[in-house]
Design a protein around this ligand. Structure first.
Ligand code: SAM
Length: 275
């Protein structure tokens, strides 16, 4: 029988968020690949499930990925979990999923807790169009380059960030997008001290300079405001009226149509046409 890989999301703070399907998948898997086996063991104990655990994390993923794949190819079912949230989103699971696809192994993702979506939905920012930017680099130059590439981004942007880097990141964001840009700082989601601060970059810097940030954060940054279309000039209006009259419209109709097309008051178009 062919093995397969299940991506099993785990709670990002509230143990009650584990779903029935996640429990059943963990129970029926042959083994569990975990980012930190100590963290996962606590969850397994809470659920009363005993399973062989294998560690799969950033610094062993190159060697362990092949080991896990071989076991799956030999017919075993693997459940992949990260420390918290959805595996493969800003964690090493991404590489294992690629490996499985390349080897023709079936991958099944179970929907569940995910910090990026939880933050977006509670943020109070526009949710219609958004982009997930993951963690910014710790190196100042590439962090700046990353932010620079987002200067004109209209969609809501979502970032993961560690508390000790929060202030530097907010400062870099303010330098790039301006202190007035709206941001929601979503902290300790689903936990006892869950908090959403919807403010501006400038005020966020002030707040966390006064009180150093603690806990886990997702930053949800508003997109760039739409640039106002440059207003048409009286010369544009006069030229358009002339063109419409040359095409056969009466002066009155040409002025009405020009005012509509260029979104200008009729009297402005009228004065421009007279001159
Ligand atoms: N794969 C996980 C997911 O997408 O749900 C995220 C893994 S990533 C290594 C960890 C980051 O997710 C943290 O640094 C933080 O930015 C965010 N995060 C995780 N849990 C959180 C929580 N309860 N509240 C706020 N942010 C959280």
């Amino acid at each position: 029988m062919a093995g397969m890989l299940y991506l099993v999301p785990t709670p990002i703070g509230n143990l009650g968020d584990i779903s029935q399907r996640c429990r059943e998948t963990l129970e029926s898997a042959d083994f569990i690949a975990a980012e930190d086996t100590r963290v996962t063991l606590k969850l397994m104990n809470h659920l009363g499930i005993k399973k062989p655990l294998i560690s799969y994390f950033e610094h062993n993923k190159a060697s362990k990925g092949g080991v896990i794949l071989e076991r799956i190819l030999a017919g075993e079912v693997c459940a992949l979990v990260s420390d918290a949230g959805s595996p493969a989103i800003s964690d090493p699971g991404e590489d294992l999923v690629k490996l499985c696809h390349e080897a023709g192994v079936t991958v099944c993702a179970i929907p569940g807790p995910c910090a990026v979506i939880t933050a977006l939905s509670i943020s109070g920012q526009s949710t219609g169009r958004f982009c997930f930017e993951g963690f910014l680099s710790t190196a100042k130059k590439s962090r700046r380059e990353h932010l620079d590439s987002l200067r004109k981004e209209r969609r809501t942007m979502i970032f993961y960030e560690a508390p000790h880097k929060l202030l530097a990141t907010l400062q870099d964001m303010a330098d790039t997008f301006g202190t007035d840009r709206s941001i929601s700082l979503c902290r300790e989601l689903t936990k006892l001290h869950e908090e959403v601060v919807r403010t501006t970059l400038g005020q966020a810097i002030q707040k966390y300079t006064d009180t150093p940030p603690k806990g886990e954060f997702v930053l949800v940054l508003a997109g760039a405001p739409e640039e106002a279309e440059p207003a048409a000039s009286p010369d544009d209006a006069a030229a358009r009226v002339e063109a419409l009259m040359a095409a056969g419209l009466s002066r009155k109709d040409a002025i009405r149509q020009t005012a509509q097309e260029l979104n200008l008051p009729k009297n402005v178009v009228y004065d421009a046409a007279l001159k």
